[in-house]
Design a protein around this ligand. Sequence first.
Ligand SMILES: [Zn+2]
Length: 419
Amino acid sequence: MSDGLMCATQAAQAAARVMARCDQLAEISETPGFLTRVYLSSEHLRANALVGEWMAAAGMTVWQDSVGNICGRYEGLKPGAPALLLGSHLDTVRNAGRFDGMLGVLTAIEIVQSLQAAGQRLPLAVEIIGFGDEEGTRFGITLLGSRGITGTWPDSWIAHPDDDGITVAQAMAAVGLDASAVRQAAREVKDIVAYLELHIEQGPCLEREELPLGVVTAINGAHRLNCRFVGEAGHAGTVPMTHRKDALAAAAEWMVFIEQITPQHSPQLVATVGSLQCSPGAVNVIPGEVALTLDVRGPEDQPLATLLSALLSKAEAIARRRGLIFSAEEYYHIPATRCDAGLQAALNRAVTAVQGRSLLLPSGAGHDAIAIAERWPVGMLFVRCDRGISHHPAESVMEKDVASAIQAYDRVVRDVATT
Ligand SMILES: [Zn+2]
């Protein structure tokens, strides 16, 4: 696999092109001056067209599928060979950065472009997808692009409205897509061998390790719960400290416990109380009731479930000792997504070859790979981003990191598509 590998100069030129194209795509926004590009908007279709032109220039056959993903295929040695799928998303949050998603699509195009320039075909075909919806910004449901590919759109999705009451089906019709044809986007399992996604880290770990690249072990699973401590409101002046059922003091005791115990379970687990409402909420009244949320995440389901049950039983113990009632209701759960061991190993080899050592890390954020992993093995390569900032206009990556990422991506694609 040493043949035809991209050299540092070629990777630097490719990185410069990727950075310029990220800037060009960032201009395609519904709001001048900052970047917002949502699913099934005219900007989405314009971005697809531009990315499609770049795919075609790299020697790919290009089509837009029935859910609005832009797709390209570079044939393998034998026409019709199964494909190694590369990609990421082209939609954004509101007031977004220009690399989240787009970097993965544009770097993949560079890999194919270099194959084409060398006149090389691999045993596997290489396909690239720019997914139309990963963020869920418009409809509040997520991964519509990748779930189109897996054929796992629930029937209810086409009737799902956006904030203006426009349904997915109506929005599809407005851009020339047919909601009754959604299933046609689904790909046969046998036609795709594996999926690789390059993405910015959206966290601070690589920066802390002073490494441009890392290999993802799993995409974190998550539980979200609405919790409540119910005690007794009372006069702040007259009820002695020993007679109180202070819901806020109980919540505070629990929060400190959460903060202390979570890293003891595993350094890869995180737990957050992100919102807290205290009632009645007056300076001179003992808090009678506190409603708070709990969000726990981790790369493996069982340790995460163990942490969650430890946190909840502690809350109950705190409530019991203080004479309060605790309740919790889970309203969201997504299991962890494991990255394929073979693809992790291939990514590790590539990353080690490029930067001397590799780093394994879980992904705290969701990605298209969550959906794709239901059908095919997935692997992910993370690129360092400035201070871990993402979903924000200040999102930024260094061009030299992008060059390293392209070199590693090039290696791993040749490796996986050849073996
Ligand atoms: Zn993303």
